[in-house]
Design a protein around this ligand. Structure first.
Ligand SMILES: Nc1nc2c(ncn2[C@@H]2O[C@H](COP(=O)(O)OP(=O)(O)OP(=O)(O)O)[C@@H](O)[C@H]2O)c(=O)[nH]1
Ligand SMILES: [Mg+2]
Length: 334
């Protein structure tokens, strides 16, 4: 599923430093020639793609990026110091548009790819530059040019690897909250989630996957009942679906029926969605006692042969195992 994260930033490159007006003044040399140096170049603003950044959240608080100006030139032909370039790192997959013209500037696809988004201003020339055979004491200099300034819209499309589906209120958002840093709304009523939520599950320093938590599905969702339908199309590109089932009622028949309702809605909506790999997550096991859980596990395992997990989002039980299995599954797909 593709989620869109969007932000606006303002970038301003540094101005070029002005050229210097100066003449050599030394003892015994009454008419020293011009020695005004050039200014420094303004720093440019460069945008660079980086793997491992997942969202544009870092840009919520900082949205102005200004590269330093070039310094003015000095006497004795001293060139002004150039402003350093300012590098902004964006997640790979970011697409950059010009706010004003809405024109696409670039699509940063790969790690390391970079673009100069605002060029630093040209430096101004010192008066030394204007010395000619006929004008040995020029008073002319030029000013540095202003650095480019642009307002940018950045859009990041995130592809979810795994989708959480299930009836309303079964604990999909609670599972997302428990395995990722996401903070979806969780409450004890149907259709708490009205828009998909996205979370990144970090397994270790270099492995992670993205989970989408969808609004609850109900009977008839595939033909438009409830909220889920409008989002089903988005999970068409996930690799794996987690069918979440509430087993707090300790009713195996009801639980299996719930599994089937979701499977059927997915199939009815789209054949390919029906064929997608599905795992079954029986949630809220904290509400059963040990014996009840033992019996339930046995009967579920009799009916569904593999890819069944028993978890408690509330107590974070069983979810590490689910996540480890997911990362292994995704690894095998590559
Ligand atoms: N005891 C217990 N309660 C849970 C567990 N997981 C979720 N809940 C509760 O179940 C209710 C529904 O949880 P949500 O995570 O909002 O469920 P959802 O599937 O996202 O619901 P919708 O967004 O409405 O489809 C909340 O009151 C949760 O606190 C669990 O493992 N144990
Ligand atoms: Mg929810």
């Amino acid at each position: 599923m593709k989620f869109i994260d969007e932000t606006k930033i303002l970038v301003k490159a540094g101005n070029g430093g002005n050229g210097c007006l100066s003449f050599r003044r030394e003892k015994y040399i009454p008419f020293g020639g011009p020695d005004g140096g050039d200014g420094g170049h303004g720093g440019s603003v460069i945008i660079q793609a980086k793997d491992g950044l997942d969202t544009l959240a870092d840009f919520r608080n900082k949205s102005r990026f200004v590269a330093p100006n070039g310094k003015t030139g000095g006497g004795r032909n001293k060139k002004g110091r150039s402003g350093d370039d300012l590098v902004i790192q964006l997640p790979a997959g970011s697409v950059i548009y010009d706010m004003e013209t809405e024109e696409l500037i670039c699509d940063l696809e790969r790690d390391g790819q970079s673009i100069t988004i605002a060029s630093g201003g040209e430096f101004g020339l010192g008066n030394t530059r204007f010395k000619t055979s006929t004008n040995r004491a020029p008073r002319k200099t030029t000013d540095g040019k202003p650095g480019e300034e642009r307002e940018l819209k950045i859009i990041l499309k995130v592809l979810a690897d795994v989708g959480l589906v299930g009836l309303p209120n079964v604990g999909k958002s609670s599972i997302l909250a428990s395995i990722s840093m996401a903070t979806p709304k969780i409450a004890n009523y149907a259709f708490t989630t009205i828009h998909p939520n996205l979370g990144v599950v970090l397994i270790n320093d270099y492995e992670k996957f993205v989970v989408a938590d969808l609004p609850g599905l109900i009977v008839g969702a595939s033909t438009g009942a409830g909220l889920g339908i409008q989002f089903l199309k988005h999970i068409s590109r996930t690799k794996l679906l987690l069918n979440v089932v509430d087993i707090s009622m300790n009713n195996i028949d009801k639980a299996l029926q719930d599994v089937d309702v979701i499977t059927k809605e997915l199939e009815d909506y789209d054949e390919d969605l029906g064929k997608k790999d599905k795992w079954y997550i029986f949630n809220k096991i904290d509400l059963l006692d040990e014996k009840e859980l033992e019996i339930l596990k046995k009967s579920v395992n009799n009916k569904i042969k593999k890819n069944v997990f028993f978890v408690s989002a509330k107590e974070k039980a069983g979810l590490d195992e689910v996540c480890e299995n997911i990362i292994e599954y995704l690894r095998d797909l590559q």
